[in-house]
Write a new protein. Structure first.
Length: 461
């Protein structure tokens, strides 16, 4: 029997003979011990009620559906410069530990031209040490959206960022310790303005994905050396939605296939879009249905890093998972259940007040084997049916209210991996949306496909 090197490495890491950190530091097998993912981000919402410019973290087993940590509050916030961050980038160094880089900017005052980046060190993202700002240049220009990569030929890390000195280009500084950096130099300037580079080294090729400011699309470039000004664009333009930026390139943990995330740019539009490809070297990206993924609540312009099972568990133990849930529509996957003016409905995310979509899922008020949904921002108020329509009403303590507000979780009528919610006291009726308004209707496996989809939700965070 032939056992692959990857299998031996994973087995050794799992047994403790080889740490995940040391596996991560081995060239070419950085993904071998990774079984999960961590995302870093800041938050914004349409009216900025959910804006927070600290470092947020979320975890995921599949890299698609995310669980915010620390109740979606920041785990650390800058104390120097503009006292806020955007575009945080979590990077695993050659020794297996992490460094966090971020834009020195709070809010949306993009005319503030900081020459610095925020930097933290971290062993496993459960704590952050060595906070500092590093000065990247002396230009009267911004220093936005940092990314980093290991340049093996130099034996140094490259820190690449957006800068608008005489035009929008990507700059690079080299460093061995993320404390002192070389002088800046132009890294990528293809003859038109570019923004938001993300870099992944795979084998002997360095891939750079970026936004073309002349047409608003995302593109991929590559280089056999990773040296400045050595990249050639090899893909066509990619865009979903009205606008897109912040490409985020991720190799799947199993080593097979890639995903490319794009931020919608505007907090009033869908937050992220994703493409997938089985061959990073080709020009074949397939867009994913928003049904297949759920980004963290209010997340903007983040980064994704593979982590080990031990690191995943340590993050969850340290920061905790949400004490609230959200209900995502199956057939309108950018819509979430919310209350509005006392009515239960579904609306496209994001929106403000963003808390209208957040629910405490508690044991059923009439039967603890069922569930009831208490509003996070209207505590003591529950989703209940009244004349079959779904309302948000205060619990009046009556048996009728308790029954109306209790549902049983069942396998989704349209998809058994999702959830449908059957009424406790009208047991042939299920929670569903109709004209975006919630109600309970009589449904079964023989109901129409569209009716069953209307009654199917993903309970997520």
């Amino acid at each position: 029997m032939v056992i692959s090197r990857r299998s031996l490495i994973k087995a050794a890491a799992a047994s403790g003979a080889l740490t995940a950190a040391s596996v991560a530091g081995l060239p070419g097998v950085a993904w071998a011990a990774n079984t999960a993912y961590v995302m870093s981000y800041f938050t914004e919402t349409p009216n900025f009620q959910g804006a927070d410019y600290g470092l947020h973290l979320a975890v995921s087993r599949d890299g698609l559906n995310w669980t915010p940590l620390n109740q979606n509050n920041p785990v650390v916030t800058p104390t120097q410069g503009q006292l806020g961050l955007r575009d945080p980038f979590v990077f695993r160094k050659q020794d297996g530990t992490f460094v966090v880089l971020a834009t020195d900017l709070k809010g949306t005052n993009f005319g503030q031209n900081s020459q610095y980046l925020h930097v933290w060190d971290s062993a496993n993202l459960t704590n952050f040490t060595g906070y500092r700002r590093i000065r990247m240049h002396t230009l009267n220009a911004h220093t936005w959206a940092p990314t980093a990569f290991w340049d093996a030929s130099r034996g140094q890390y490259g820190i690449v960022y957006s800068c608008n000195s005489g035009g929008d280009v990507l700059m690079v500084n080299y460093t061995s310790d993320f404390v002192t950096v070389s002088s800046q130099q132009v890294f990528f300037s293809p003859g038109f303005g570019v923004l938001d580079g993300d870099i992944v080294v795979d084998g002997g090729t360095t891939y750079l994905y970026y936004k073309n400011l002349s047409n608003g699309n995302l593109y991929g470039a590559r280089s056999s050396t990773g040296a400045p000004n050595s990249f050639t664009t090899y893909t066509g333009g990619l865009r979903m939605g009205n606008a897109i930026e912040a490409p985020l390139l991720v190799k799947n943990n199993d080593g097979n296939g890639w995903r490319l995330w794009g931020d919608s740019f505007s907090p009033v539009n869908a937050d992220y879009y994703i493409w997938s490809s089985s061959n990073i070297g080709g020009n074949s990206w397939t867009s994913l249905n928003q049904r297949d993924y759920t980004p963290p609540l209010n997340a903007k312009h983040g980064s994704i890093q593979g982590i080990s099972d031990a690191e995943y568990n340590a993050l969850v133990s340290r920061w905790g998972t949400p004490n609230w849930v959200r209900l995502k529509s199956s057939n309108f996957p950018d819509y979430f259940v919310r209350h509005s003016n006392g009515i239960g409905r579904i609306d496209p995310y994001p929106f403000d007040p963003y808390q209208d979509q957040m629910w405490r899922q508690v044991p059923g008020l009439a039967d603890a084997t069922g569930v009831s949904f208490e509003s996070v921002n209207r505590p003591g108020n529950f989703l209940r049916h009244s004349n079959y329509a779904i309302r948000l009403d205060p619990n009046n303590g009556t048996s009728t209210f308790r029954a109306d507000a209790t549902f049983y979780r069942t396998a989704g009528l349209a998809d058994g991996a999702w959830t449908s919610l059957r009424s406790y006291n009208v047991p042939d009726r299920y929670l569903r949306h109709a004209g975006y308004v919630l109600r309970i209707d009589a449904l079964s496996a023989s109901s129409s496909a569209s009716d069953r989809q209307d009654a199917t939700f993903r309970i997520t965070s």
